[in-house]
Design a protein. Structure first.
Ligand SMILES: NC(=O)c1ccc[n+]([C@@H]2O[C@H](COP(=O)([O-])OP(=O)(O)OC[C@H]3O[C@@H](n4cnc5c(N)ncnc54)[C@H](OP(=O)(O)O)[C@@H]3O)[C@@H](O)[C@H]2O)c1
Length: 460
């Protein structure tokens, strides 16, 4: 893709490619020139790109998503048309989802994009590019699933409105938007999440209660258990979907959306033949048509004011794409992420090495909320040259520190309060004093801790 002198960008992208040793890796690159059919289509300046689980798979070179390599991932884009297309004038704000982007042709993790004209839909005026991409394919998929389930619910049986609705993988992008959309439609929603930190967010989005997936596996081996769910939106698959199916009420409806927890489905026919349960597969990439997508976007715009105050949306620059993809594949991400391809990252660090209190092998550090953190900015806890230790922040377990890694970093934005306490447990070095009164420096063998405030700046 040629650079243009229109101020659109300097033509950069996140490029996933196969290395000489056969492994697949990504890096920030100058824009690549699309070839063949991928070169056809109007030019779009990408202002924001949604980050979906599929994009994380593409970043890892998963052959089911990355159909070609090298590849620019990114199945969702919001930006501005630079050439008239799809009945829209140059300068029109647009959204683009699916249609092979980030799979078979260069995707949205780039400053410029050439999507097929039939993929282009006008962006509702109420949605900024970033807001549109906080919704993106995840939001479209949720609306599709809700519509499919409404159409599939058998008449004259249990009404889907009466019972509880289950949403699995609820801390993820699709999960959080499903909780919000179902609650907005008047459903009683039970959100399933492994992450304690997600519970208050899910409640604010409209969940009546939040449960751990382990609570759904009761009476193992029984093909049916007491019916509870009028409807299910499942983003996890595997044993969690199988457990949910056993507890669906007669006439209940289930949408199978994802496979973040596994692709196998060990179930029986009993939910279907004894309770008339309907299992609907949802494929947002194949459906709907351009006209249907154009009709779904105003509905998403209507949902946004309800979602926006509570949905965690992490902003990323291109050089942060690889780390976020890894976090998504580990199931560690919370909410949605949006890539701003033209942004650069500015980091400001607050040193936490001093003022620790020690009791035996336990180290505590209290600190207030960092000042000057603005909406859209991220606060990361970082340790350079960490030692081996376990750690909690405000009672929530963080990934362990490992002495064999040069650095450790974790997004703690959603965990921070006005007063915060970091508690680190580590075996004492042989011969070291076990107690030390007052406030002291954290020993160097445990690492150099800091809070890093990350902001994204787009130069005029
Ligand atoms: N069918 C479609 O058209 C369509 C469209 C969009 C997305 N999807 C699929 O829907 C799924 C969710 O997408 P997303 O964008 O919401 O992803 P996401 O943000 O990464 O969320 C996935 C969530 O699944 C849960 N999870 C449970 N077990 C997991 C495991 N072993 N590894 C990773 N996560 C696990 C986690 O939630 P907790 O920690 O809260 O349990 C995680 O946050 C993905 O499989 C994606 O491919 C399908």
């Amino acid at each position: 893709m040629n650079e243009r002198g229109d101020g659109a960008s300097s033509g950069r992208c996140w490029l996933v490619e196969r290395r000489a040793d056969g492994s697949v890796a990504g890096r920030v690159s100058r824009a690549i020139e699309p070839r063949g059919a991928a070169a056809a289509g109007p030019l779009v300046r990408v202002e924001a790109a949604g980050f979906n689980y599929k994009d994380a798979l593409a970043c890892s070179g998963h052959p089911g998503v990355a159909r070609v390599l090298p590849l620019v991932p990114g199945i969702d884009a919001a930006g501005t048309l630079l050439e008239a297309a799809a009945g829209l004038a140059a300068g029109a704000p647009v959204v683009i989802t699916g249609n092979g982007l980030g799979e078979a042709r260069p995707g949205a993790f780039a400053t410029l994009l050439r999507p097929p004209a039939e993929a282009i839909v006008p962006r509702p005026p109420a949605l900024s590019a970033r807001a549109a991409m906080a919704l993106g394919t995840a939001g479209l998929t949720v609306l599709l699933a809700i519509d499919r389930l409404a159409a599939a619910a058998p008449r004259g049986q249990h009404s889907p409105r009466d019972g509880e609705w289950l949403v699995t993988g609820a801390s993820g992008g699709v999960g959080m938007l499903a909780v919000a959309a179902l609650a907005a439609a008047g459903r009683t929603v039970v959100a399933v999440s492994r992450k304690p930190a997600a519970a208050p967010i899910l409640t604010a989005l409209g969940a009546a209660s939040v449960v751990h997936p382990d609570t759904l596996g009761g009476e193992p081996g029984k093909p049916l258990v007491r019916g509870r769910w009028a409807g299910v939106i499942d983003t996890v698959g595997g044993s969690l979907l199988a457990d949910a199916l056993r507890a669906v009420l007669p006439g209940g409806v289930v949408a199978a959306i994802g496979m973040a927890g596994g692709v196998e489905l060990a179930t029986t026919v009993y939910p279907f033949i004894l309770r008339g349960v309907t299992l609907c597969g949802i494929d947002a990439a194949a459906l709907p048509t351009q006209a249907e997508r154009a009709a779904l976007w105003p509905r998403l715009a209507g949902l946004w004011p309800r979602v926006q105050p509570h949905l965690p949306v992490t902003t990323l620059a291109l050089d942060e794409v690889g780390d976020w993809a890894a976090a998504l594949l580990r199931g560690a991400a919370l909410g949605r992420a949006v890539v701003l391809p033209a942004a650069r990252v500015e980091r400001h660090a607050i040193n936490l090495a001093g003022a620790w209190e020690r009791a035996g092998d336990v180290w505590r550090r209290s600190f207030g909320r960092p000042t000057g953190v603005e909406a859209g900015e991220t606060v990361r806890l970082v340790f350079t040259t960490p030692g081996d230790a376990s750690m909690t922040l405000n009672g929530v377990a963080l990934p362990a520190l490992r002495g064999d890694a040069p650095a450790w970093s974790h997004d703690v934005t959603a965990l921070l309060g006005d007063r915060n306490e970091l508690v680190l447990s580590a075996d004492a070095l042989p011969g070291a004093a076990t107690d030390a009164p007052g406030r002291i420096e954290l020993p160097r063998h445990l690492g150099q801790p800091a809070l890093e405030i990350v902001s994204h700046v787009i130069d005029p």
